[in-house]
Design a binder for this molecule. Structure first.
Ligand code: PEP
Ligand code: MN
Length: 426
């Protein structure tokens, strides 16, 4: 079942060349930490493609914790990446460190602009990338909370650019003698659930240890990662950077096959879990106008029979149906329905709740109360109208009639006209 079937937030898919990142297919980026030479990156591109990768990585501009170390081939690195792309067809992923380099990246048509952990909160850089249409892969800052990471992401997508991919790469750890970082699978899973952009996991930087790349890849995919970013080297002992955490190309082949199997299982199982959880939700009755029947069924992926649709009263034009609690949110989010809750209102403190009413949230505005009640009865009871107690509430005209809920419902539907309305009764 497709990921869109999940009840969480709407997911965005990001195109990298022909690949839909965030779909049911895992997106695998693989390659050496750095572009080391023309021949090497071309060789590595063939190897990772042969192992089943979808994109080639390689740093041309390398951030180094200390000065004086190999910091990349710069423009030549980009040139070689482009050559590797031409030969293999793999899109290229490479780190951008400075705003000034953007024109160069554009000139070489870099497919994915990686923002590394050290620049994860470089807001001017994020804004500059947010103003372009390029695809950004935003790593989590090594000292950033998940909220800060997702906050940084919002700096990119609140601009013009909606092509964002997130990447969890671990956070600083007190156990730094052994591990380069702490692999935060929970952080990754949380971002995947709560943020609408695809989330990848980088087991190489998250651990810093070659033999942990496979178990952490498994863990990440099982926990919902949309893809992996993996460092690979054919001769890691002689790699210019990050050899200790780079796996061999042949190992990559096994890892990718295994990860794709786990992904299929994850997608399947998650769909089953959603159905299971849906069954556990309590039922409620909803009321809506007849003309929306098809729309409601389509939005809920159900039919009139399963929803036990029947008409409400005689000649009211209103239908009632039984749905799960979670369905109401779907109708609101996906269908743009205004949702109103039916309940009983009490005319004063200590008075029994006897007056039917519907509270409707109108686009984040204060709630509007739609009600129909007997004016005299109300005045006798509390000497107060709803309007006096809550000045921000809108009151329907008072009518001298019995406060029947059927009439209330009919009134609510004819009065609340700016959006289709669903009323529900818990
Ligand atoms: C990298 O991907 O090689 C890299 C430098 O990553 P990070 O920014 O996560 O350390
Ligand atoms: Mn690296």
């Amino acid at each position: 079942m497709a990921k869109d079937g999940k009840s969480k937030k709407e997911h965005v898919r990001v195109m990298v060349r022909n690949f839909e990142v965030g779909s049911d297919e895992l997106f695998i980026i693989a390659g050496p930490c750095s572009v080391e030479s023309r021949d090497h990156i071309i060789e590595m591109a063939y190897l990772v493609r042969g192992a089943g990768a979808d994109a080639l990585r390689g740093g041309a501009f390398k951030p180094r914790t200390e000065a004086g170390k190999f910091d990349g081939l710069k423009e030549n690195g980009l040139r070689y990446l482009v050559e590797a792309r031409e030969k293999t067809g793999l899109p290229i992923v490479t780190e951008i460190m400075a705003i000034e380099d953007i024109p160069l990246f554009q000139q070489y048509g870099v497919d994915v602009y990686q923002v590394g952990t050290r620049n994860a909160q470089n807001f001017p850089l994020l804004h500059a990338l947010g103003d372009l249409g390029v695809t950004v892969l935003l790593k989590r800052g090594m000292g950033n909370k998940v909220e800060e990471w997702l906050g940084a992401a919002s700096h990119v997508v609140s601009r013009r650019n909606k092509n964002l991919i997130l990447c969890e790469r671990g956070v600083s750890t007190f156990d730094s003698k052994l591990f380069r970082n702490m692999a935060d699978i929970a952080g990754m899973a949380y971002a995947e659930m709560e943020d609408k952009y695809p989330v990848l996991f980088d087991p190489s930087h998250a651990t810093g240890i070659r033999k942990l790349v496979r178990p952490m890849s498994r863990a990440a995919v099982t926990a919902g990662a949309d893809g992996l970013l993996i460092e690979v080297h054919d001769d890691p002992n002689y790699a210019k950077t990050d050899g200790q955490q780079s796996i061999y190309p042949r190992e990559l082949e096994f890892l990718i096959k295994e990860a794709r199997r786990l992904r299929a299982e994850y997608i399947d199982s998650t769909a089953g879990h959603e159905k299971w959880m849906e069954k556990l939700q309590p039922n409620m009755t909803i009321y809506f106008q007849k003309e929306y029947l098809d729309d409601v069924c389509a939005l809920l992926g159900s039919d009139a029979e399963r929803l036990r649709v029947r008409s409400y009263g005689e000649d009211t034009g209103i239908l009632q149906a039984r749905v799960k609690t979670g369905h109401v949110g779907k109708l609101k989010q996906k269908g743009g329905y205004a949702i109103g809750r039916l309940s009983m209102w009490s005319s004063g403190p200590g008075e029994p709740a006897t007056i039917p009413m519907a509270s409707v949230e109108a686009g984040g505005q204060p709630k509007t109360i739609l009600t129909l009640y007997d004016k005299e009865l109300l005045e006798d009871a509390g000497k107060k109208t709803i309007d006096q107690r809550y000045t921000h509430l809108r009151r329907l005209q008072v009518r001298q009639s019995h406060p029947g809920d059927l009439e209330l419902i009919a009134k609510a539907f004819t009065t609340y006209t700016d959006r289709p309305l669903i009323l529900y009764q818990p």
